[in-house]
Write a protein of this length. Structure first.
Length: 285
């Protein structure tokens, strides 16, 4: 391991956390944005930083967008920085972020305009996009379906973004590689659940998070019969509105594997008997 790593990290002072790879290079770095910019040459002299999580970003967006060293970053986490649509536009037009494979911008009020800028950006290598709690609204979610990024994404998170049920099918129609889909706390209802069930090309799905989506019996029955959910290991249907009828359809599913972890703990309409049936059918609920 290079002996200079501890000294160079310590020189940044303050709220800095790092992880080292087996070769001694920096792998993960959590740091305030201003400290990164002040010590950028020093930090990247150690070696590539693959996973970068930044705090206190709001006043330093332009500086980050102009930072050429960020071309080496694979994953950029800017969650919970109170970034606006204007900030998202600046980041989306940076030539130094085009190699990103994962971009987490959740819990920032970027809205429809900011989301559109990111979705239209040249992030051609992107495999993970988290725009949860970003106030996208129906128009912003509709823009997701038009993005050239969707076919390459392996993980998509749009939690609590006001996605309506009829917005889901157009997004999934373009998706080809999704392994994780997180749509919790959107009122997608049965229409959204049926759209997922009918997207039979998504046979790589292993995580499907649909907590609090107003899904009733028809939507759950469609998911239970979906032929492409054979690889799902985590199906979260917590805090939905389906009854024991939908729960029995899950218990009788011939496609969802027994090893799947099922989230239904907060579904108040389920009886003790049907909960017991689900416990026998699935690894954990």
């Amino acid at each position: 391991m290079p002996t200079q790593v501890p000294d160079q990290i310590e020189a940044c002072e303050g709220d800095v956390h790092q992880g080292l790879s087996s070769t001694g290079w920096l792998w993960h770095l959590t740091i305030p944005a201003h400290k990164l910019l002040e010590n950028i040459e020093l930090l990247f002299a150690i070696g590539p930083i693959h996973n970068l999580r930044l705090s206190n970003v709001r006043a330093h967006v332009a500086g980050l967008a102009a930072c050429r060293q960020l071309r080496w970053v694979d994953k950029l986490d800017l969650a919970s920085n109170n970034l606006t649509a204007d900030d998202a536009v600046v980041l989306a037009t940076s030539p130094h972020l085009s190699r990103l494979r994962a971009f987490d911008i959740h819990s920032n009020p970027i809205g429809e305009r900011g989301a559109a800028a990111i979705l239209d950006a040249g992030f051609t290598r992107l495999r993970l996009l988290n725009m949860s709690f970003a106030r996208l609204g129906a128009e912003g979610v509709a823009h997701v379906a038009t993005s050239h990024l969707i076919p390459g994404l392996e993980t998509l998170a749009l939690v609590s973004d006001e996605a309506p049920g009829d917005a889901i099918a157009p997004i999934l129609a373009k998706a080809r590689a999704l392994g994780e889909l997180r749509l919790s706390y959107n009122d997608i209802g049965d229409d959204g659940a049926i759209a997922i069930a009918e997207a039979t090309h998504l046979d790589k799905l292993h995580l499907l998070a649909l907590t609090g989506c107003l899904i009733d019996d028809a939507g759950v029955a469609a998911l239970a019969a979906a032929p492409h959910l054979t690889n799902v290991t985590w199906l979260d249907l917590d805090s939905n509105v389906f009854t024991p009828v939908g729960a029995r359809a899950l218990a009788a599913s011939t496609t969802i594997p027994n090893t799947c972890r099922l989230g239904v703990a907060k579904n108040r309409r389920l009886t003790t008997g049907v909960r017991n049936a689900l416990k026998k059918r699935f690894r954990k609920i």
